[in-house]
Design a protein around this ligand. Sequence first.
Ligand code: FNR
Length: 390
Amino acid sequence: EIYFNHTLYNQTPVASTNYDKLEASAKLLLTPAGYNYAAGGAGLETTVAANREAFDHWHILPRVMRSVLPSRDISTVLFNRTLPAPIVMAPVGVQTLFHSSGERATSKVFGELGLPYTLITASSTGFAGVAASNGAGNPRWYQLYWPDDDDLTRSYLQTAKANGYVVLVVTVDTWDLGWRTRDLDRGFFPFLWGVGVQIGLEDPVAHQKLGFDALAANATAEQKQNAALYHTITTLRGVSPVWENLWRLREVWGDARILLKGVQSAEDAKEALKWGLDGVILSNHGGRQIDGAIGSLDALPAIVQAVKGKLVIGFDSGIRSGIDFFKALALGADFVQLGRPILWGLAHEGEKGIRHVLKSLLAEFEITVGLAGCASLKDVNETLLVENRR
Ligand code: FNR
């Protein structure tokens, strides 16, 4: 029985999730380094703000007197698989930074609800551990920070396949880290933290104070390798991936699906089509890479116009509520990804907080679909939105 596929009246009641309150409350539970790593963006964080403003550029124009009760169908078919909702966990690195249960908790809750879960290259829990907590038969995706070392790439992809990850998400906007001012000011780098965990330090702030040389001096070769394996140092080498090398991934991944994450230009979406990709995820990495980049939702119409129906179009950066799901899907996204809202949920007692956030966002979405006059997602389209630019 899926909780959110019922009308308001026979649901188990849950409290709402107000994003700003959720973030403020998570801030109190996290270390300053952890909080700022997640909340922060590049530069002056104007793109973090633009991601929200873009949602205000569209208003919903509901329809009435349509037969939408007793239940709104918010299921979707993605890659030949029926999903209870078009909602996917965004790849988010080093989740034990937010709660000790980290990826095990996020993957468990997405698995419970049958929603796709994306394991990241920069994970604090490995392929098999996350597969086990996600649960047999659930849709699992793998996000790759594409190393310029072919052996390492092959090893990542083969291990992902062997553990039941069926869709490959290649992040192409982060071959080098953006100018992340909050982290720079604190000297915080996730890799340092990873080495610290490996050598048994539990306090992330202490890791930063010790610095890389001291940490490295205390780590065995194996510990360093482990830290490197699931942290980004080996992959973010400042070497940009190129279209011409995609065949190297196909060689290992075969015909299984590949999505490119971090596409913002319609021209790149057309390139992706030309190069035989299965889809693109429109994302500016939550404003963490290029400060001044276009608000993510503002880039969606051009991408929809260029490749809708030919490539699967995913969307993230700025999704904070069920209303936002509605707007992105109405503009033509095939699925949307949740990033920061899930992290703030995770900070609240791990799986309990995630479950609360996810269920309340889904409930808000399901109710909105109905109140806008839609019986199913097939009815959710751009005629239900009006542009609002002042
Ligand atoms: C991310 N994101 C990310 N993306 C990716 O492809 N690989 C990664 O390892 C990470 N790591 C990561 C860490 C943290 C703390 C954040 C907040 C984000 C980007 C993520 O997938 C997604 O694009 C953004 O989170 C979307 O923005 P909002 O909606 O969370 O603001």
